[in-house]
Write a protein that binds this ligand. Structure first.
Ligand code: OMP
Length: 234
């Protein structure tokens, strides 16, 4: 239930609503599924909303450190939407926990390698020999996260976890294209494959509960139907 959520998650839900981050209609996802809702983290661009998303991420990461023993050196944001997140979250982490001011850094990748100037694929802290925490907006099928993990490993970094704003809690797309069959979650498979934890500020259940305060009955119904259709078995 949204009301049972920690205060920082409730505050974040309010910011999602005030920033119009959650849209209803018909949206084709990266996975080609047609979703009745879309979470657009790119809309967290005012100073207030950038501060709100960075704060919610930083609390999620600090909780993971306290409760789960998460240790990391670098906050890595995959291009493009992860880039402003990584820098804002790193600043906020240092503000909330000053011990981190001189121990953590951020970095991000380029979509295309640069062959002049300093060159290379990574901007910010070098990844070699470092423990890397990936931050990104949304996880649906985990494809973009797999790409980021491979890039980081190629640079000599060790991925120690992933933190996202929203876990859509969807099953992996079926290899044979038949999405009507039950399937494991994108998050569960990533955890198994890479042995890393994945943290989310909110998941689809929190969103549906939170929507009840502002969305139309039709939008709530179609989002619930979508959840039923694509929910994972784990
Ligand atoms: P993967 O689950 O790693 O493939 O990532 C899904 C990507 O799709 C996210 O990084 C987003 O850029 C984008 N996306 C959203 O931004 N919001 C949504 O509600 C759904 C998606 C999506 O296409 O699945």
């Amino acid at each position: 239930m949204a009301n049972d959520l920690p205060q920082f998650k409730q505050d974040f839900l309010k910011s999602c609503h005030s920033g119009g981050v959650l849209k209803f209609g018909s949206f084709e996802l990266k996975s080609k599924r047609i979703s009745p809702y879309f979470f657009n983290a790119g809309l967290f661009h005012t100073a207030r909303l950038a501060n709100a998303i960075a704060t919610a991420f930083a609390h999620t990461i600090i909780d993971a450190q306290k409760n789960d023993g998460l240790e990391y050196d670098i906050v890595f944001g995959p291009a493009y939407k992860g880039i402003p997140l990584a820098s804002a979250i790193t600043v906020k982490l240092g503000e909330l926990d000053p011990k981190l001011l001189d121990t953590i850094s951020y970095s991000f990748d380029r979509k295309e390698a640069k062959d002049h100037g300093e060159g290379g694929n990574i901007v910010g802290a070098p990844l070699k020999g470092k423990r890397v925490l990936i931050v990104d907006d949304v996880i649906t099928a985990g494809t973009a996260k797999r790409e980021a993990i491979e890039k980081i490993q190629k640079e000599g970094g060790t991925v120690v976890g992933i933190a996202v704003a929203l876990d859509r809690k969807e099953k992996l797309p079926a290899a044979d294209g038949d999405d009507s069959k039950p399937g494991p979650s994108a998050i569960g498979e990533l955890k198994k494959e890479y042995g890393i934890p994945i943290y989310a500020i909110l998941n689809l259940d929190d969103i549906i509960e939170g929507m009840k305060g502002f969305a139309s009955p039709e939008d709530i119904k179609s989002t619930e139907e979508y959840r039923q259709k694509y929910k994972a078995t784990d």
